[in-house]
Design a protein around this ligand. Sequence first.
Ligand code: 9UX
Length: 69
Amino acid sequence: MAQKIIEVEGMTCGHCKSSVEGALSELEGVKSADVNLDANNVNVEYDESKVTESSMVEAIEDQGYDVRQ
Ligand code: 9UX
């Protein structure tokens, strides 16, 4: 299991948190996703044999947020 903190811009309220966590959790291989609104990031635990970082970034961007890479 891998763990990574992805920096995300534009999340300001609880709905943003839910959208991003929900989109990531739907991906096969993502074990957990925890958004920290104050820190503008999301901490993901995932199986790197099942999901790539780029597909997680894409899922976040599809919700309308920018990822800082
Ligand atoms: Mo809250 Mo987030 O009203 O894009 S859903 S700011």
